[in-house]
Design a protein around this ligand. Structure first.
Ligand SMILES: *[C@@H]1O[C@H](CO)[C@@H](O)[C@H](O)[C@H]1NC(C)=O
Ligand SMILES: *[C@@H]1O[C@H](CO)[C@@H](O)[C@H](O)[C@H]1NC(C)=O
Ligand SMILES: *[C@@H]1O[C@H](CO)[C@@H](O)[C@H](O)[C@H]1NC(C)=O
Ligand SMILES: *[C@@H]1O[C@H](CO)[C@@H](O)[C@H](O)[C@H]1NC(C)=O
Ligand SMILES: *[C@@H]1O[C@H](CO)[C@@H](O)[C@H](O)[C@H]1NC(C)=O
Ligand SMILES: *[C@@H]1O[C@H](CO)[C@@H](O)[C@H](O)[C@H]1NC(C)=O
Ligand SMILES: CC(=O)N[C@H]1CO[C@H](CO)[C@@H](O)[C@@H]1O
Length: 592
């Protein structure tokens, strides 16, 4: 019995060694394009083999194999980034038309004229949090952003006034554009659309511009200019080029664009048929059509000079379903924290908003050991507030105590006042709770609770809230203030958010935090007061489809998105219906 089992083991090991040697050789000698698939083969089989891998030779082989695999992955990653940077550089070269930017661009002067404290200070503030890891450095992303900024300023310098350039149907400069138009929406939606359209512009090497109507706030008063040497704002201030309002100018609706693609496909792919789909400008309404997220359709979009996004949705998650976008997305954002990166490196607060954040921080939060952020948003109406606020206040407290974020309080105030706190193995903490809400209910309840009752740990808890507007407002000051609140929330160690709220969403995304949703469903009993989110990403609320809709990609067409891409999931029931990207590497650290 034992002899044969030993034999079997030896036999197995030999096979394993041979297999590993074979695979190693296979990796070494396959071409670039095959690297990916061979890597997958090894990934799939190695765990089983390693359990059998007892001999030293085998272990050495396996270590070598692992090293080879890592090296190949790193090379592949480098190759993808290099190729993408080269494409951006080529786009810039074509746009420049031989003009040298040193003749007109003065970096130091531009930076003097466009000060932005948060550019250098914000990363330091995030790094200072005590219960949250910092984002990994990402030099590839920085390099890509730098190239993109160069493309942006080159195009903007060459075309002059973008509105006139559009209205003249001018195509003399080799640049393409994407316009963001959110209309009148709150800060959260606005930033999410900015991030979505920016992501698209980067992926497709378009110049991103923000449409400006007379009544809208100037983004430059609350956001820094994101691209060195140029401005992305103020497109079409007089609304002469705006689609969906009155005169349509040159915009074709995305629906008619898709119809003509279908027509071209019916006629076969002769160049005559393809030229039927040569649009100057295409406008997307509400959110891009599902077919926007397909390679074939994106091939046609490459020939469209202007693409307009009239939207208030966060459609960024669906870019992870576009096969041709995936390699660079995967390489630049291995943890899928794309929204966090874009918010922190493109949507930087302008000095007035940032100074406000610093003041709040200095006055109330900096000296504390632990910082909980709470954003409570009742559904706009005072009725919801009156019926819900006691429940919500209780749930916030329960959630914080159940998750060891706030200490429990002692029942009696007078008798136990001098009772020594139980030994903790550390000094008592100062814990701060920052509440952002249009109402004061949660703040009053928490303040009262911690004033009346000593904590069981001896830690002290202070609660802060600044604005309580009652109703959501719009306007310059309100945007600055709202952004300051979002950023203060994002600087928390722990974050409680309101389901469905995009204001909550951008706080979690700036902060790189996986928050807890306070359950706003009145009668919920089984799930407890709160539910931990599944990701740092924000929900793409109500996408048109949960299936892939790419008729010219029969292999994927009509399949359920989450089946094909498990890294994209439906948003949680406690939150809202939609899709979101599941990020990796939660930055929260193990709690003390
Ligand atoms: C097109 O744009 C270029 C660059 O700004 C400009 O020189 C040219 O005059 C424009 N052409 C028309 C027809 O407006
Ligand atoms: C064009 O048509 C040919 C033959 O009908 C086909 O092989 C090819 O894949 C088509 N190309 C595109 C881009 O659709
Ligand atoms: C885009 O335009 C180029 C040049 O006009 C043409 O060769 C190509 O077929 C077009 N692509 C599509 C998908 O229509
Ligand atoms: C806080 O709210 C809970 C739930 O409504 C209530 O039981 C408690 O008395 C409140 N505490 C204070 C101090 O207001
Ligand atoms: C507080 O004091 C009361 C009465 O002396 C006692 O029953 C209770 O156990 C004490 N609580 C704690 C947490 O020490
Ligand atoms: C919640 O409970 C109350 C009282 O039990 C009931 O009247 C109400 O219909 C319930 N609401 C929901 C949404 O189930
Ligand atoms: C179907 C459709 O609306 N086509 C229009 C698209 O836009 C061009 C101008 O760019 C018009 O000439 C087409 O009629």
């Amino acid at each position: 019995m034992s002899t044969s089992s030993n034999e079997l083991k030896a036999y197995r090991s030999t096979i394993v060694v041979l297999l590993l040697i074979f695979l190693y050789a296979y990796i070494r000698f396959t071409t670039d394009s095959e690297v990916k698939s061979s890597v997958e083969v090894i990934k799939g089989t190695s765990p089983n083999e390693q359990t059998d891998c007892k001999t030293t030779v085998c272990q050495q082989q396996s270590t070598k194999l692992e090293a080879a695999r890592k090296l190949e992955v790193a090379h592949e990653k480098e190759r993808v980034v290099r190729a993408f940077v080269a494409e951006l550089q080529e786009a810039t070269r074509l746009a420049a038309g031989g003009e040298d930017e040193n003749a007109w661009y003065h970096k130091a002067r531009w930076n003097r004229e466009n000060p932005c404290l948060s550019r250098t200070e914000m990363p330091q503030m995030y790094a200072r949090r005590k219960f949250v890891r910092d984002l990994d450095p990402n030099p590839q992303w920085k390099a890509v952003l730098k190239e993109y900024a160069k493309l942006h300023r080159t195009c903007m310098h060459r075309i002059g006034d973008p509105t006139a350039y559009y209205l003249n149907r001018n195509t003399s400069i080799n640049c393409k554009f994407a316009v963001i138009d959110t209309g009148k929406v709150g800060l959260g939606n606005r930033l999410l659309v900015f991030a979505s359209v920016f992501a698209y512009s980067l992926l497709t090497k378009r110049v991103v511009l923000v449409a400006q109507s007379g009544t809208e706030v100037l983004e430059s008063s609350w956001l820094c200019e994101p691209f060195e040497g140029s401005s992305w704002g103020h497109f079409d201030p007089a609304r002469k080029a705006t689609p969906f309002h009155g005169e349509n100018q040159y915009w074709n609706r995305s629906g008619s664009f898709l119809n003509r693609i279908d027509e071209a496909h019916r006629l076969g792919n002769s160049s005559a048929a393809l030229s039927l789909v040569e649009d100057y400008a295409v406008a997307n309404d509400q959110q891009p059509d599902s077919r926007f997220f397909c390679d074939t359709e994106q091939e046609y979009y490459k020939n469209v000079t202007w693409v307009y996004f009239n939207s208030c949705f966060n459609f960024l998650p669906k870019f992870f379903t576009v096969p041709s976008f995936r390699p660079i997305l995967d390489v630049l954002f291995p943890d899928r924290m794309v929204l966090t990166r874009i918010l922190r490196d493109v949507m930087r607060p302008a000095d007035p908003a940032w100074i406000r954040v610093k003041n709040i921080n200095r006055g109330y939060l900096e000296h504390t050991n632990r910082h909980l952020g709470v954003h409570v948003r009742y559904d706009y109406r005072i009725g919801d507030y009156n019926s819900l606020h006691e429940t919500i206040a209780a749930r916030v407290l329960q959630c914080a105590i159940a998750n060891n974020i706030l200490p429990p309080v002692q029942e009696s105030t007078s008798d136990n006042k001098s009772a020594p706190a139980p030994p903790l193995g550390r000094d008592p903490w100062d814990i701060s709770v920052f509440v952002a809400s249009l109402y004061e209910g949660v703040k009053s309840n928490l303040t009262e609770t911690f004033l009346r009752h000593p904590t069981a740990t001896g830690d002290s808890v202070q609660v802060v809230q600044f604005s309580h507007e009652g109703n959501q407002k719009f306007g310059d000051d309100v945007y600055q203030e709202a952004l300051a609140e979002v950023l203060t929330l994002s600087l928390s160690d722990f974050l409680f958010v309101t389901p469905l709220s995009t204001f909550s969403g951008i706080a979690q995304a700036y902060g790189g935090l996986v928050p807890w949703f306070i359950d706003f469903r009145p009668n919920i009993t089984e799930s407890g007061p709160c539910t931990r989110a599944q990701t740092v990403d924000v929900c793409f609320q109500v996408p048109f489809d949960y299936n892939i809709k790419c008729p010219y990609d029969p292999e994927r067409h009509d399949k359920v998105i989450s089946d094909v891409y498990p890294e994209i999931q439906q948003c949680l029931d406690v939150d809202t219906k939609g899709l979101q990207v599941i990020t990796e590497n939660d930055l929260s650290m193990v709690q003390a």
